[in-house]
Ligand binder design. Structure first.
Ligand code: FES
Length: 208
């Protein structure tokens, strides 16, 4: 939420409560993915960067693919125009999310060789670089998990020093994550962005 909206919610809670209730009710027949894609478009239209980052992550979490996000923007071309769409794509590229990468466009995704499974510690995680991307790799309850190093809150690139045992704590606002599951366990609400993984010939592979 923007600082201005936050201020209005605190100073005029009744009026703003009606506004948010209206928004919620207006989208009740839409599935969460569609709702969040529409929110992405509205944030691009108003060029609200923080909102765009927030709703893009929600849309992806609800199952939207990077190509669907781009399609949604292009479908809204008559309202957005080229300048706002390129502004949005610049913001998306800066977030370094899977599928939004100059080096690996959304239609050129594939499997990447991260490391030998035997090099993974039994607990905790390791931070690695692979094909231009930083990741935390950890053993989970049902296999090996690989997470994007960027915080799901505001995109801070979380350093190795933020890792203490099985907990990763973002230095910016203190969101803490359990590296075995990726779940946020303190201060925040959203989990780490997780890549699909598999083991092949003793190597950990991740898909983006
Ligand atoms: S950016 Fe990581 S906690 Fe805010």
């Amino acid at each position: 939420m923007s600082d201005a909206l936050d201020f209005l919610v605190k100073t005029r809670p009744e009026a703003m409560g009606h506004y948010f209730a209206f928004l919620k009710d207006a989208g009740r027949h839409l599935d969460p993915k569609t709702r969040n894609l529409i929110s992405v478009i509205t944030k691009v239209h108003s060029q609200t960067e923080r909102g765009l980052r927030q709703y893009l992550k929600r849309a992806l979490r609800e199952g939207a693919t990077p190509l669907e996000v781009l399609d949604a923007l292009l479908m809204a071309f008559p309202a957005l125009g080229l300048a706002k769409i390129t502004w949005a794509v610049d913001v998306m590229l800066s977030m370094k999310l899977p599928g939004f990468d100059r080096a690996a466009p959304a239609d050129a995704v594939g499997w990447h060789d991260l490391m030998a499974e035997a090099d993974l510690p039994p607990q905790g995680a390791v931070r690695i670089q692979c094909d231009g991307r930083a990741l935390f790799v950890a053993r989970g309850t049902s296999g090996v998990n690989a997470y994007d190093s960027h915080c799901p809150h505001q995109g801070t690139d979380i350093p190795e020093l933020a890792l203490q045992g099985g907990t990763l704590t973002c230095p910016k606002h203190g969101w803490a994550f359990d590296v075995a599951s990726g779940d946020c366990v303190k201060n925040g609400t959203a989990p780490l962005t997780r890549y699909q993984t598999r083991i092949a010939s003793g190597r950990v592979l991740a898909h983006w």
